[in-house]
Design a protein around this ligand. Structure first.
Ligand code: FE2
Ligand code: FE2
Ligand code: FE2
Length: 418
């Protein structure tokens, strides 16, 4: 299949040259990042059902049956991988009882509204309006927003059907029970899509392809060969979406990633980094706490003292950040900087216990900004510290050989008047 290469961006910073462009498959990037969305289910179900990947796989198979073009398939897979990106926010707002199915996470239109908003800046090949907003609409008009038939975007109709099949399969229903239930509820689904799904369901291969062991592999092998020349600035439009998802997880740190990314931007401009490094640092800042999606809210938001076990769970988050970012080609430096943000120069940090000889300058910048942001941001239970008080604590940390002295000193002048 011939690759389609598109180059649509010409973004520049005021002071610096256009940054490197690399051939990047957005869907491959999303598959790696979608593991983090599955952490929401893990928290509720205590197991991982690969929900995003399964829904993408089933959607793509249905799209193939319909004869969709590569470009349509490419966008559909992106939408399907991200269809429940708004669940993190809903999970925070209401406590979902443990051991309930993923459908309990989805039985709330808030995740459709928040999910649609989050994707406003996503670099789709051809964005379609309201795909995420209406991904729970029923064909007969009995869904959250009462939209029916062909007024529901086609991608939403496909995701709706794939979602139901994936959830029921993940609950351990037999193939026959899954398909009988779909046919019993046929009024909820587009008849043409239902017919395609029934046809697919007759092949045992269709079901084996979504087994936990194979689903990622099968999905990767089905990705249309549509690549785009993306620069790191464009990739940042994706990392920004994930930073919003991370920030939505906890009311205690509601704008932490956004704040760090902004402040990291000021520092990079102060040091006159080239454009490529500037955007790589912004991406690393957006994603530094990605691994927090793997830590249960019951621990992240616990008001009292943490037990040893709970503290260990918190300390695991940069490890998960590293594991996920390592999967992405071209993210080598970003991975390093993002996952070292809790390391200390004297080796007393976590989770790897790296020391000064292993921590490069940009890792040290992110570690300093993380501390400064945490000290100065408002939390529900306390006001953020003023600049001078935060700098006093950071100076003590410098004396204890925990953080980089030169960055701390420069931050003092850069952030004094912010
Ligand atoms: Fe959903
Ligand atoms: Fe879903
Ligand atoms: Fe962190």
């Amino acid at each position: 299949m011939a690759g389609i290469i598109m180059n649509t961006f010409a973004g520049t910073l005021d002071k610096v040259k256009r940054c490197d462009v690399m051939l990047f498959n957005v869907n491959e990037l999303l598959i790696s990042l979608s593991h983090t969305l599955d952490f929401a289910e893990k928290e509720v179900l205590r197991n991982n059902t690969n929900h995003g990947m399964r829904v993408s796989y089933i959607s793509a198979r249905i799209a193939q049956e319909l004869g969709m073009s590569d470009r349509q398939m490419f966008d559909l897979i992106s939408y399907a991988l991200l269809h429940d990106n708004g669940v993190m926010g809903s999970l925070r707002k209401k406590s979902v009882p443990r051991q309930e199915s993923v459908s309990s996470l989805e039985a709330d239109p808030t995740h459709c509204i928040e999910g649609e908003k989050n994707l406003a800046s996503f670099p789709f090949l051809a964005k379609q309006e309201d795909v995420i907003l209406y991904h729970h609409e029923n064909y007969d008009g009995s869904g959250f927003f009462g939209i029916s038939g062909s007024r529901i975007p086609l991608y939403s109709r496909i995701i709706r059907l794939a979602d139901c099949i994936a959830i029921r399969y993940s609950l351990g229903w037999t193939i026959d029970t899954v398909m009988d239930s779909i046919l019993r509820e046929a009024r909820f689904f587009d008849p043409d899509l239902c017919e395609a799904a029934v046809k697919l369901s007759r092949n045992v291969e269709f079901w084996l392809g979504m087994d936990d062991m194979f689903v990622q592999n099968t999905l990767v092998s089905m990705l249309p060969q549509v690549s785009r020349e993306l620069d790191y600035r464009q990739i940042r439009s994706i990392s920004q979406i994930f930073s919003r998802i991370i920030d939505a997880k906890s009311p205690f740190t509601g704008s932490h990633s956004r704040g760090i990314s902004e402040k990291t931007g000021f520092i990079c401009q102060y040091y006159e980094f080239d454009e490529k490094t500037y955007w790589q640092m912004r991406i690393a800042a957006d994603l530094h706490d990605l691994g927090k999606l793997a830590v249960p809210n019951s621990i992240l938001d616990k008001p009292g003292k943490l037990t040893r076990e709970e503290y260990k769970a918190i300390q695991s988050h940069p490890f998960y950040t590293r594991k996920i970012l390592t999967m992405i080609n071209g993210f080598e430096d970003i991975t390093e900087w993002a996952s070292n943000h809790h390391e200390k120069l004297n080796g007393s940090g976590y989770p790897f216990g790296l020391d000064a000889s292993q921590l490069d300058f940009n890792s040290r910048i992110l570690a300093c900004v993380d501390i400064y942001q945490a000290l100065t941001e408002d939390r529900p239970y306390r006001k953020g510290m003023p600049h001078s008080a935060a700098m006093k604590i950071m100076s003590e940390m410098v004396q204890h050989k925990l953080i980089e002295p030169s960055v701390t000193e420069d931050m003092n002048s850069i952030f004094r008047d912010l």
